[in-house]
Write a protein that binds this ligand. Structure first.
Ligand SMILES: Cc1cc2nc3c(=O)[nH]c(=O)nc-3n(C[C@H](O)[C@H](O)[C@H](O)COP(=O)(O)O)c2cc1C
Length: 325
C-alpha cells in the first residue's frame, strides 16, 4: 500500500509503532521495521544519551530498515538532557523522530538539517495545526480512546480524524484504538495516511515485556481502562487495577487539593515493575480502550501482515462490492 506516510518514511506499510515507555526497546522497534512498518525506540526509557546511542546501535544490528526514536517532552521540573538525546539520534543516523508532549520547535532545525523526518503526536486539531506551522513533516493524531495521554479535550477519533483532515495540509496518522484492518481502512477513509498503534503492539511475541502484561491486555475488555491524573491536567488512560482504584479514591477525596506527591506511590517508578517484573498491581500503566479488540499474542509480522490482508480485503471486496451493487 502506498500513502504519503509510506513515502515520507520509506516504509512498506502505513503502520507506525508509537513510542512506549519500557516497551519501545530495540527488540520491538526492529521487529516492526522488519515487518515493513516503522518501529520506534522510546528515547527517555534509555537513562542517558549514551544509553540511547547504544540502543540505536542494537536496533541497527537487528534491522536494515528505517526505524525512529520517540522523544517525549515531559512537564517535569528537572528536564532530561534533551540536546544530548537529539545528538545521539542524529549521530546514530536515525531518519525518523516521533516527538510528543511539548512543542518540538527548538529542535526542528537540527533534526531537519540531519535529514530526519519529524512526526509530532497531538491530541487536538489546534496542536496539529501548530505542529504543521512550525514545520513538522507529519502528525500523529491521538483520539480520546488512546492509551497514554489523551489530552484534556476528550474528542474521539470519529470526530477528531475528519476534523484533522479538514484542516491539515501535512499528512497524518490516526492513533488511538487502532488494532486491525478495519481500523486501517476506517482511518484512511477519514483522511489519515496510516495508523499508529501502541497497546496492540505490546501484545506481540517480540514486545520485550513480561508475559503478565500481554495476558492482562488480552484479558481486558474495552471497559477496563480508567482516566487518572485528570485533576492535575495530565490525564492518562491506564488499565484498571487495585493501585488505580486507590489513586482514583485519592482524587475523589482530595478534589482540587490533589498534588502529584499524593499519588506518587501509584505512578512514580511503576513502569519497570510492571513491564520487566510483571507485578501487575504495582501502579498505573498506560493502556488503550483497544484492549477490547486484542485477543491474541501474534508475532509482529503476523500482526502487520494480517492487518494489511484484512484492509485490502475490505477495500477490494466488501467496499467495492457495495459500490458496484
Ligand atoms: C504502555 C504505554 C506507554 C506509552 N508511553 C509513551 C511514551 O513514553 N511517549 C509517548 O509519546 N507515547 C507513549 N504512549 C502512547 C503511544 O505511543 C500511542 O500514542 C498510544 O498507545 C496510541 O493508542 P493505542 O494504545 O490505543 O494504540 C504509550 C502508550 C502505552 C500503551
Amino acid at each position: 500500500m502506498k500513502t504519503q506516510i509510506t513515502e515520507l518514511f520509506g516504509i512498506q506499510h502505513p503502520i507506525i509503532q508509537g513510542g512506549m515507555h519500557y516497551v519501545g526497546f530495540a527488540e520491538l522497534a526492529s521487529a516492526v521495521s522488519n515487518a515493513g512498518g516503522l518501529g520506534m525506540i522510546t528515547g527517555l526509557t534509555q537513562k542517558s544519551p549514551e544509553a540511547l546511542a547504544n540502543e540505536i546501535r542494537r536496533c541497527r544490528e537487528m534491522t536494515d530498515k528505517p526505524f525512529g526514536v520517540n522523544l517525549t517532552f515531559l512537564p517535569t521540573v528537572s528536564s532530561p538532557d534533551y540536546p544530548g538525546y537529539i545528538k545521539a539520534i542524529i549521530d546514530g543516523g536515525v531518519k525518523a523522530v516521533e516527538t510528543a508532549g511539548n512543542n518540538p520547535q527548538k529542535y526542528l532545525p537540527a533534526l531537519h538539517e540531519a535529514g530526519i523526518k519529524v512526526i509530532h503526536k497531538c491530541t487536538s486539531v489546534r496542536h496539529a495545526l501548530k505542529a504543521e506551522s512550525i514545520g513538522c513533516d507529519a502528525v500523529s493524531v491521538d483520539g480520546f480512546e488512546c492509551g497514554g495521554h489523551p489530552g484534556e479535550d476528550d474528542v474521539p477519533n470519529f470526530i477528531l480524524l475528519p476534523r484533522a483532515a479538514d484542516e491539515l495540509k501535512i499528512p497524518f496518522v490516526a492513533s488511538g484504538g487502532m488494532a486491525d484492518g478495519r481500523s486501517l481502512v476506517a482511518a484512511l477513509s477519514m483522511g489519515a495516511d496510516g495508523i499508529n498503534m501502541g497497546t496492540r503492539f505490546i501484545a506481540t511475541q517480540e514486545a520485550p515485556v513480561h508475559p503478565n502484561v500481554k495476558q492482562a491486555i488480552v484479558a481486558a475488555s474495552e471497559l477496563d481502562t480508567r482516566l487518572v491524573m485528570r485533576p492535575l491536567r495530565n490525564t492518562e488512560r491506564v488499565l484498571r487495577n487495585a493501585a488505580v482504584d486507590r489513586l482514583l479514591e485519592k482524587e475523589r477525596t482530595l478534589g482540587a487539593n490533589l498534588k502529584f506527591e499524593d499519588i506518587i506511590e501509584e505512578v512514580a517508578g511503576v513502569y519497570p515493575r510492571i513491564m520487566i517484573d510483571g507485578t501487575m498491581e504495582a501502579g498505573a500503566w498506560s493502556c488503550g480502550m483497544v484492549a477490547g479488540l486484542i485477543h491474541d499474542v501474534p508475532t509482529v509480522k503476523e500482526l502487520i501482515d494480517r492487518i494489511m490482508r484484512e484492509a485490502e480485503g475490505i477495500i477490494t471486496q466488501r467496499l467495492r462490492g457495495m459500490v458496484g451493487a
